[in-house]
Design a protein around this ligand. Structure first.
Ligand SMILES: [Zn+2]
Length: 345
């Protein structure tokens, strides 16, 4: 743009240099040259004053437009993939050499989860993964833990500031599955579902306890279901998983959501009850909890508990896999150690 007043023209030709705009950005509007023009304006006689002032404003507008255009140019830079494992702006010779995927392996927990689910599918169960964040109703109330119930203390886990819960067990899914399964019962079909999932506990971590681990829950509801069905279902599963005959015994236990409740104990698959370090030389291994679903839990899902009964169980997948492969420390699963993981490739 051309300016009539030579002082303004001179300042304009300096400040509208694209390099100076790029370097100074908006601070250019506070430059001393512009300041001097404003000072000069005050000293001028009234004849040219208005026109001089107008030209200073035109110059400011020109500078502002140039700054805006330059900012637009900056925002249309080529997008970069921030998740790329290498800096894509660096030439490919400098990229680190990546391992090929054939050097990797599936995590043993995931492989065994597939094996476990495969057995239950063949036994007629469907599966549904449990949620990794849930609410108080599904974690406690729907399972017959009213507010303030002391048994809540046994499920010490993590909570968000909004009151959502990292589930301490996969039983959080029971109410949902029972409500959905009511249609099956109405059509004379059983509810038979397993619920694999990741669970969380505020736990002192050691070789046998982790703060994050996997569970698999199972529920079965129909007319005339009793504890004998529970034992035979579980025995069938374990014998298929460990490929050998096994003995199971139930010990009385307490859970608010089952009545009666048990802890199931299986004969040690490694020493045939002779005693070894896996079973702490007792010949028996405690694997998980189970019981007949409490009538209140069935009613909470709208199922008539005087017509239908059912059983539920939950066990830790990590422990089952540790026993199968003779893994001595649960912390290996989360450690990401390649020498551990490569044994399962
Ligand atoms: Zn043993």
């Amino acid at each position: 743009m051309n300016y009539k007043f030579p002082q303004i023209q001179e300042v304009a030709s300096r400040l509208t240099d694209p390099e100076i705009i790029k370097h100074q950005g908006k601070t250019i509007l506070r430059s001393p040259e512009l300041g001097k023009l404003f000072a000069h304006l005050k000293e001028m006689d009234s004849k040219d004053r208005a026109e001089f002032g107008q030209e200073i404003n035109q110059l400011k507008t020109e500078l502002l437009n140039m700054i805006d255009n330059q900012e637009d140019e900056l925002t249309v830079l080529d997008p970069i993939d921030v998740t790329a494992p290498v800096d894509i702006n660096v030439s490919s010779e400098k990229h680190p050499k990546l391992l090929s995927s054939s050097n990797g392996s599936r995590h043993p927990l995931m492989t065994e989860m597939d094996n476990i689910l495969d057995i239950f599918y063949r036994m007629g169960f469907s599966s549904l993964e449990s949620r990794q964040i849930d609410d108080d109703f599904h974690m406690f109330e729907s399972l017959n833990f009213p507010k303030g119930h002391p048994a809540r203390d046994d499920y010490d886990t993590f909570m968000t500031t909004e009151g959502l819960i990292a589930p301490a067990h996969t039983s959080t899914m029971q109410n949902r599955v029972l409500i959905e399964g009511k249609k099956l019962l109405d059509s004379n079909l059983p509810i038979a579902t397993v619920l694999p999932g990741r669970v969380f506990r505020n736990e002192d971590v050691d070789a046998r306890h982790g703060h994050t681990f996997y569970q698999i829950e199972g529920i079965y509801v129909d007319k005339g279901i009793n504890t004998g069905n529970l034992i035979s279902t579980f025995k069938t599963f374990l014998e298929e998983y460990y490929k050998q005959d096994m003995e199971i015994i139930l010990q009385p236990f307490y859970f608010p959501f089952t009545e009666p409740s048990f802890e199931f104990v299986l004969s040690c698959p490694f020493c045939q009850k002779q005693g070894c370090n896996v079973c702490s030389y007792s010949g028996w291994i405690e694997l998980g909890g189970c019981g007949m679903i409490h009538p209140k839990v069935l009613k909470m899902a709208g199922i008539e508990s005087d017509i239908y009964t059912g059983f539920a169980w939950g066990f830790g997948v990590d422990r089952l896999v540790m026993m199968k492969h003779g893994i001595e420390d649960i912390r290996h699963f989360m450690a990401g150690k390649l020498e551990f993981l490569r044994q399962f490739s």
